[in-house]
Design a protein around this ligand. Structure first.
Ligand SMILES: NC(=O)c1ccc[n+]([C@@H]2O[C@H](COP(=O)([O-])OP(=O)(O)OC[C@H]3O[C@@H](n4cnc5c(N)ncnc54)[C@H](O)[C@@H]3O)[C@@H](O)[C@H]2O)c1
Length: 317
């Protein structure tokens, strides 16, 4: 049997694909970037390339998506949906397009699965559904969107829950939080991410507009992906929303210090005052620990930073 992953060449999706492929699963990756896989530098996916089917498709192109899902329908165990425009300072610059990709894209996936009888869907959601509620937020914390991105993630979750209730589907929401690690280069990310992790890639003189007064629940991408795989593979669940994160908040200025200690070099990093995004932290991950057996490995961020640094050094080009 196969698992279809939308956004399977993204930071999180690529590691979910890797972990499933390492288990021997066939993975169908549907991602707009599939046409230039060779240029993405995802060395770990090269390792499992024989287990992957790559399909280039736009999640907003309903008809192409439908044809593609139908071609693979008989072999599918289920779908993991990971296409999204992620949170960040540029999200609000193109609201219609970004909201469409996140909300309409999720609806397209759910609707195609409903029509084709593909029952199981794991939707990559976000701790952004709690807005600025103070941490630790449990899954019982009410929805609160404090930005447009958060609104799209609330919408996607609610579509999924209603498709479950109305059509008897099994849709589960994985609420992820602030992912870092191998597969994404700091130089390709926003300025706060560059300020925190950029020196691992040799970046220097980084001036981020904000982020100094914040502690967030940064999660190593291996742990994020492992939580999603566990949620997908759990036979049945009583709850349908699960926090998947490290469960530990770390002060941003502390991360800058850790990076300087680990690399043995102090880069010139300035984070401006105030928070980067308005979120509480950490997420309470006890439900995922108890129900899914989720045990994040990188709860000491220094180990996660070391692992990230190794990957960046061995993929310098
Ligand atoms: N990265 C984080 O810190 C974080 C935190 C919380 C939640 N999440 C959620 O996790 C999921 C995955 O995030 P990520 O960090 O891997 O994102 P990413 O940006 O790395 O990956 C998204 C992937 O989707 C593909 N894509 C974008 N638009 C598309 C379209 N219209 N059609 C088809 N493919 C398209 C991109 O090519 C990319 O490979 C998202 O739902 C995101 O909201 C991420």
């Amino acid at each position: 049997m196969s698992v279809l992953i939308t956004g399977g060449l993204g930071h999180v999706g690529s590691w979910v694909a890797y972990q499933l492929a390492k288990q021997g699963k066939q993975v169908i990756i549907c991602d707009m970037a599939a046409g230039h896989f060779d240029r993405l530098g995802l060395d770990y996916l090269e390792e499992v390339r024989d287990k992957l089917v790559l399909e280039a498709v736009d999640v907003l192109d309903y008809h192409s998506m439908f044809e593609l899902f139908r071609r693979h329908q008989d072999e599918l165990e289920g779908v993991i949906h990971g296409v999204s425009v992620i949170a960040g300072p540029t999200f609000q610059q193109r609201p219609f397009k970004n909201i469409s990709i996140n909300a309409m894209g999720t609806l397209n996936v759910l609707e195609i699965c409903r029509i084709l009888g593909i029952n199981k869907v794991v939707n990559m959601s976000s701790g952004a559904v709690y807005g600025d509620a103070p941490g630790p937020q449990s899954e019982a914390t009410p929805y609160k969107a404090t930005d447009l991105y958060g609104a799209t993630k609330v919408a996607g979750e609610l579509y999924g829950l209603q498709y479950s209730d109305t059509y008897g589907m099994d849709v589960r929401n994985a609420r992820l939080f602030f992912v870092y690690g191998p597969g994404k280069r700091p130089s390709h990310m926003h300025m706060v991410y560059q300020g925190l992790f950029g020196p691992l890639e040799g970046l220097d003189d980084i001036q981020a507009p904000n982020g100094a007064e914040q502690a967030l629940d940064w999660t190593h991408v291996h742990d994020t992906a492992a939580g999603i795989v566990k949620l997908f593979q759990k036979d049945s669940v009583v709850q349908r929303n699960f926090n998947i994160s490290s469960g530990v908040s770390v002060d941003h200025l502390q991360i800058v210090e850790h990076v300087a200690e680990i690399t043995g070099k102090r880069a010139n990093v300035k984070l401006g005052p105030g928070p980067f995004v308005v979120r509480g932290a950490p997420l309470d991950i006890s439900l995922a620990q108890q129900e899914l057996g989720f045990t994040p490995r990188f709860t000491d961020i220094r180990e996660g930073i070391r692992d990230y640094w190794q990957w960046l050094k061995s993929n310098a080009n």
